[in-house]
Design a protein around this ligand. Structure first.
Ligand code: SAH
Ligand code: SF4
Length: 337
């Protein structure tokens, strides 16, 4: 049986075609699923009985369950149980510009960045697009409001689950589906170069964020093992090609780790590396966790770093800290609760 939420509009249309059904039925089904939000086929009252019985032989309504919800200032952290008992987390943030959800894409993560809690559990499996869609549906149902922004930055490396993540993006972006504007969707990757290349060709207006965290290979190799596979040169060159193809600005995320990547020469090196690239840098105060010895840079160091980038005409912001009190901040999400 297939989870009905795993199908984007094209896949749904394909199914109908294969079964000699009228194409407009895809619109009707999407309307029931994503506008009216029904949870059974019998509620789809404008479809005929025979067709409903046919759907029931192939599809089920997949489900994920909210096990726990923790509330902090302007943030809720949700712990979900998937149908096979695996667990993931998602984080909801209330901003002045809207409500954003940070979704997970995998159970665990294989990339193994040395500072990240999510990667302490090796990848158990990929999430299906339906399981990502359901994080949105369940939370919207819970809060009784619409989510305006989605950041694909929870547990997992989205580009290590490329096809499902793309299907998820298409379903939530589609006006016939959830209808979240592409510019309100951000995908963050640790830098899987070939996938960034593929992503450039998707013709999506989705934002791309690159977890850079260091301006030279020596430091990046130490904190992100992926750099030994795709080094900074290859990463920067694929980002340049992405920008050329899409005309879109890229975000570089840079965690500020005390004594590791936060000194003056790192700031100059980063400015030099990014000179002339249509990008901005998001400096992220490191969220300390019990399992690693990394320390968050002092505010003085963060501001010094910020000033150097500014002086070198690099667009830069310091990320507002969210959810630290709940272990809900970047890099603190787990699959092991
Ligand atoms: N796997 C993807 C997306 C999920 S991680 C990626 O790595 O980009 C989302 C962001 O949180 C990444 O930039 C990641 O480097 C950062 N992060 C991980 N651990 C963190 C921590 N303890 N404090 C702050 N940011 C962290
Ligand atoms: Fe995986 Fe991202 Fe964490 Fe690295 S930072 S271990 S890629 S989730």
């Amino acid at each position: 049986m297939r989870n009905i939420y795993d199908l984007d509009f094209d896949k749904m249309s394909e199914y109908l075609k294969e079964h000699d059904e009228k194409p407009f039925k895809a619109n009707q089904i999407f309307d029931w699923l994503y506008k009216k939000r029904v949870t059974s086929f019998d509620q789809m009252t404008n479809l005929n009985k025979k067709f409903i019985e046919k759907l029931k032989t192939t599809f089920i309504f997949g489900d994920i369950t909210i096990l726990k919800k923790q509330k902090g200032k302007d943030v809720y952290k949700y712990l979900f149980e998937l149908s096979d008992g695996e667990k993931i987390e998602a984080v909801l943030m209330f901003h002045n510009y809207g409500i954003s959800l940070c979704v997970s894409t995998q159970v665990g993560c294989n990339i193994g960045c040395l500072f990240c809690e999510s990667g302490r559990l090796k990848k158990v499996r990929n999430l299906t697009s339906g399981e990502m869609v359901l994080q949105i549906l369940k939370i919207e149902e819970d809060i009784g409001k619409r989510i305006s922004h989605v950041v694909i930055m929870g547990i997992g490396e989205p580009f290590d689950n490329y096809d499902e993540v793309m299907r998820f993006v298409r379903t939530i972006n589609d006006n016939k589906g959830i209808g979240i504007g592409a510019r309100h969707i951000t995908i963050s990757t640790s830098g899987l170069v070939p996938k960034i290349n593929d992503f450039a060709k998707e013709n999506l207006q989705v934002n791309l964020a690159i977890s850079l965290h260091a301006a030279n290979d020596e430091i990046r190799n130490k904190i992100m093992p992926i750099n030994k596979v795709y080094n900074i040169d290859s990463l920067i060159s694929v980002v340049k090609s992405y920008i050329k193809q899409t005309n879109r600005r890229v975000t570089f995320e840079y965690i500020m780790l005390e004594g590791i990547n936060d000194n003056v020469s790192c700031a100059h090196e980063l400015s030099f590396l990014l000179k002339g690239i249509n990008c901005y840098v998001n400096l992220i105060p490191y969220n300390e966790t019990n399992n690693f010895s990394f320390k968050k840079s002092s505010n003085t160091n963060i501001m010094r770093f910020y000033d150097i980038l500014k002086k070198n005409n690099i667009n830069v912001t310091v990320r507002r800290e969210f959810g630290g009190e709940l272990d809900a901040a970047c890099g603190q999400l787990r699959s092991t609760n």
